[in-house]
Design a protein around this ligand. Structure first.
Ligand SMILES: Nc1ncnc2c1ncn2[C@@H]1O[C@H](COP(=O)(O)OP(=O)(O)O)[C@@H](O)[C@H]1O
Ligand SMILES: [Mg+2]
Length: 259
């Protein structure tokens, strides 16, 4: 699903230029939920932006469903991103003028309005509404359809952002510190729902975080330090929950790692 090879990236704001990604390779299989865990400044956000087609690496490649995204022209890469990738960020980035349901529906609307999309492939309004309702139910947001982002809690806002990221059924979900702006309880609630939904729908996902409690929801954890992957931990098979240690034990094990 996702294959990244030898990614390197420097920012030339200082001399010598600071190497933020120093040869990162990783593979994420279809339906796999991978966390990248590392200290602040280790290059997590940069890596996620490179994986998601938002920031071109100095060298190396990113293939998503076999497509080498940086070999695409800028316009084609934007279209690919819109059609194949869902993003969730630390700050929920909901549009304040739209209701919760309208925010969730937005990616489907935008996809419909693309000039590249033939009329025959447009999604009907009724299908969009059905998809929005299903996702909002799955994320326990029933009843909030008509509310504006400023009328609901942070945890609810982030669940709406997750529903929005999943609305257009992306091949790949990318999340950057999705609980970074939430209190502990709402963070846990959001993450356990996200993990459950990804597992139920075989959604391929990559999440970056500094937090062992968050990373412990993943199937596999890659540890990043100073722009390199230094460790990889298998967390137990998702399709066999009986073989998966409980969350608290996984988190405790991850918390012992030196970041
Ligand atoms: N656009 C940028 N320009 C210059 N330096 C950057 C930029 N983005 C990130 N950096 C630097 O790269 C390093 C890694 O940043 P980042 O990927 O945001 O790490 P993390 O998300 O793990 O905290 C930091 O030292 C940061 O200052
Ligand atoms: Mg970051």
């Amino acid at each position: 699903m996702l294959v990244a090879e030898s990614l390197r990236k420097s920012f030339h704001v200082s001399r010598p230029a600071r190497q933020v990604l120093r040869g990162i390779s990783l593979t994420v299989g279809h339906g796999e939920f991978v966390a990248v865990m590392g200290a602040s400044g280790s290059g997590k956000s940069t890596l996620l932006h490179v994986l998601g087609g938002l920031e071109r690496p100095d060298s190396g490649s990113v293939r998503i469903q076999g497509v080498d995204i940086y070999s695409l022209a800028d316009g084609a890469r934007s279209a690919f991103r819109r059609d194949h990738i869902g993003f969730v960020f630390q700050f929920f980035n909901l549009l304040p003028a739209l209701t919760a349901a309208e925010n969730v529906a937005l990616p489907l609307r935008l996809r419909n309005e693309s000039w590249l999309r033939p009329r025959s492939r447009r999604v009907a309004q009724s299908v969009i509404m059905e998809r929005v309702t299903t996702l909002m139910d799955q994320l326990n947001l029933r009843g909030l359809q008509g509310h504006g982002p400023d009328e609901i809690s942070g945890g609810e806002q982030q669940r709406i952002a997750i529903a929005r990221a999943l609305a257009a059924a992306p091949s790949l979900l990318l999340a950057d510190e999705p609980t970074g702006n939430l209190d502990w309880n709402s963070g846990q609630e959001v993450l356990s729902m996200l993990a459950r939904l990804c597992r139920a729908q075989a959604q391929t996902a990559v999440l970056v975080t500094h937090d062992a409690q968050v990373a412990a929801y993943a199937d596999r954890v890659l540890v990043i330090r100073d722009g390199e992957i230094i460790d990889e931990i298998e967390m137990g098979r998702r399709d066999d929950p009986g073989k998966r240690p409980d969350h608290a034990r996984l988190a405790a094990r991850l918390a012992k790692l030196e970041l």
